[in-house]
Design a protein around this ligand. Sequence first.
Ligand code: NI
Length: 163
Amino acid sequence: MDIKIYPDPILKQECKEVSNIDSSFVRNIDNMIKTMKSADGIGLAAPQVGISERFFVCVDFSNDSKEDSLVLINPVIVKAEGRIESKEGCLSIPGFYDYVFRYEYIQINALDLDGNEIIYNPEGIQSVVFQHEYDHLDGILFPERMSKIKKDILMKKIDKEFR
Ligand code: NI
């Protein structure tokens, strides 16, 4: 799969709910995981591969090997507290990294590939990755989570690079 690069308009769209987890959907997930791994990413959201639907894949950080991936379908953040700074980049804005503000703890409910609801209470990098990927489903890229002044400076550089 090709990764959509800023300023591709699909990256700014709000995605629609997944209505059907069928075999072609599962195939897309497999391809997304392969695409994420070959790009050395730790998360990849559907709009980044041209699908404007609410799901994402990411590394399972609870497993020491980091080989396993998680799939979150129609995720909803139901609790959020604390604040941390995290240095982030994005496969859709290659080459740019900066500090952004995130919640420290969240609870996020999502469906898995069998359509079962899973409740996650991630901490640390898993929490940050969930929030970064979740934002993609609302058309939000990581610079939006910076202070306005820092965001404006970064976006100027990004616009210069990609426009
Ligand atoms: Ni991203």
